[in-house]
Design a protein around this ligand. Structure first.
Ligand SMILES: *Cc1c(COP(=O)(O)O)cnc(C)c1O
Length: 406
C-alpha cells in the first residue's frame, strides 16, 4: 500500500519551512531529497565500521569491504547486469561518461563518428567534444522535433559504418522526454556501434534492465535516486570494460607495479583507483533498497498522477506554454514551461518567496533552449513524495507571479 503521508514522514527535510512557508520541493530533477534510512546509514557507517577497504586483514576493514561489495551486488541485481564486476562505482554520471569517453581515445581514428542527441545534458556532450579534439573523430547530432522528441528517421540516416559510439539519455532532464532507447540501441548495433545510455533522469523513475536493453554502457548518479552526492554507477559490458584502458592510475587498480611495467587488476578494480567514497557506495545500496521497498510501480503511478494533474492545471493559465512531449505517456514527471513575456528567472524568484523550489534556466542543456529560441524555462520536476496539494500551491504561485510580473 502506498501511503503518501507515511512516505513523506520518511524525508525529514519535507517538514521544514522556507521563507515562512512549508517547503514545496519541485527540483527533483537536480537532486532528490534523502529518506531517514539513508541519512542514518551514513552516520551508522562512520560510527560502526569506518575503515579502508580491500586492504586490511583486520575486522573493520573486512566489514567495510563486505558492505561495499554487498552494495555492488545489490546494484547489479537492481539493474540486472550479468556480472557484479560490470558494476563500477563512480562519483556520478559525469564521471562515468568521462571515463568511457576517455577510454575511446585509444580506439577512435580520425573520421570516426560519435552520435549524441540534441536532447543531451552538457555532461553527455562536452566529454565527446573533448574526445573529438583528441582523436579527430566527428560529433554528429540526432535532431529533435517541435515536441522535443528525437527524429528517428534522421537518426537512421546519421548511422553509418563510421559510427563508433552513440551516446543518448534515457530521459531528458530539461523536458522529461522518454527516449525509445531500445530501438536506438538495436539500430546502432546493426552498425556495430557501441551505445552509452545516460540514465541520470531515468533511474529515479524506473528500474533499467541492462541485459534486456543490451546497452554497452549505462550511467547514473546516486544523488538523484535518494542516495548521497558523490556517488554513481557505470555499468559496462565485460567485453567493453576489458577493451578500454584504465582511466586513472593509482592504488587498488594494479596487479603488479614496477618501473618497467605495471599490470592492471581485474574488473572492477581496474577502473577504481584510489580510496573510493566507501560510505557513499554502501549507502547508495541503502537508497536503492528504499526505492524498491516503496516500489517502482507505486512511484510511477504517483508520479503519473502528479504529471497529469499539474499539466492540466498549469495549461489553464493563459500564456503558459509547456515544452516537451504533449503525449504524457512519452515523458516523465517533469514540466518545463514559460509564460509569454516573462523571464523564467523572475518566476523562480517569486516562487521561492512562497517556499516553492523549482529550477530556472537552461538546465545544462543549452542546445535545447537554442532549438526553441528561448533563454531557458521554469522546470518543476516531481517525485513520488510530492502531492496534488503541493501542485495546487505551485499553480497559485505561478498565477500570482504572472500577475506581479505582467
Ligand atoms: C544530472 C544529469 C547529469 C549529470 O549528473 P551529475 O550527477 O551532475 O554527474 C547528466 N545527464 C543527465 C540527463 C542529468 O540529468
Amino acid at each position: 500500500m502506498f501511503d503518501i503521508q507515511k512516505i513523506r514522514a520518511d524525508f525529514p527535510i519535507l517538514s521544514r519551512q522556507i521563507n515562512g512557508r512549508p517547503l514545496v520541493y519541485f527540483d527533483n530533477g537536480a537532486t532528490s531529497q534523502k529518506p531517514k534510512a539513508v541519512i542514518d546509514e551514513i552516520a551508522e557507517y562512520y560510527n560502526e565500521i569506518n575503515a579502508n577497504i580491500h586492504r586490511g586483514v583486520h575486522t573493520l576493514s573486512q566489514l567495510a569491504t563486505d558492505a561495499y561489495e554487498a552494495s555492488r551486488e545489490k546494484i547489479r541485481a537492481h539493474i540486472n547486469a550479468e556480472f557484479t564486476h560490470e558494476v563500477l562505482f563512480t562519483s556520478g554520471t559525469t564521471f562515468g561518461i568521462n571515463l568511457v569517453a576517455n577510454g575511446f581515445a585509444s580506439i577512435l581514428k580520425p573520421g570516426d563518428e560519435i552520435l549524441v542527441s540534441a536532447l543531451e545534458h552538457h555532461s553527455n556532450i562536452v566529454p565527446w567534444q573533448l574526445l573529438c579534439e583528441r582523436t579527430g573523430a566527428i560529433l554528429k547530432v540526432i535532431p529533435i522535433d517541435e515536441n522535443g522528441e528525437l527524429i528517428l528517421s534522421e537518426y537512421e540516416k546519421l548511422l553509418s559504418d563510421n559510427t563508433k559510439i552513440v551516446a543518448v539519455n534515457h530521459i531528458s532532464n530539461a523536458l522529461g522526454t522518454l527516449n525509445p532507447i531500445k530501438a536506438l540501441i538495436d539500430k546502432a548495433h546493426e552498425k556495430s556501434a557501441a551505445v552509452l545510455i545516460d540514465g541520470a533522469q531515468a533511474t529515479p523513475h524506473l528500474k533499467p534492465d541492462v541485459q534486456e536493453l543490451d546497452c554497452d554502457f549505462y550511467v547514473f548518479s546516486g544523488h538523484k535516486i535518494c542516495g548521497p552526492t558523490g556517488t554513481g554507477i557505470l555499468y559496462g559490458k565485460e567485453s567493453w570494460l576489458n577493451k578500454l584502458p584504465p582511466y586513472q592510475g593509482g592504488g587498488e587498480m594494479i596487479r603488479e607495479v614496477s618501473f618497467e611495467k605495471t599490470t592492471y587488476a581485474d574488473l572492477p578494480h581496474k577502473f577504481e583507483a584510489g580510496t573510493p567514497n566507501i560510505e557513499g557506495g554502501i549507502v547508495l545500496g541503502t537508497a536503492i533498497d528504499y526505492l524498491n521497498a516503496v516500489g517502482f510501480g507505486n512511484i510511477q503511478e504517483q508520479e503519473r498522477d502528479l504529471l497529469a494533474y499539474a499539466t492540466e492545471k498549469l495549461l489553464e493559465i493563459e500564456g503558459l506554454k509547456i515544452f516537451g512531449p504533449t503525449d504524457l505517456s512519452r515523458k516523465t514527471a517533469v514540466i518545463s514551461f514559460n509564460i509569454d513575456g516573462i523571464h523564467p528567472y523572475d518566476i523562480g524568484v517569486i516562487l521561492d518567496k512562497m517556499g516553492i523550489a523549482v529550477r530556472t534556466g537552461h538546465h545544462c542543456a543549452q542546445p535545447i533552449m537554442s532549438f526553441f529560441c528561448i533563454p531557458g524555462t521554469v522546470r518543476a520536476s516531481f517525485s513520488f513524495y510530492n502531492t496534488r496539494e503541493e501542485i495546487d500551491l505551485l499553480v497559485s504561485g505561478v498565477k500570482k507571479a504572472k500577475m506581479m510580473l505582467s
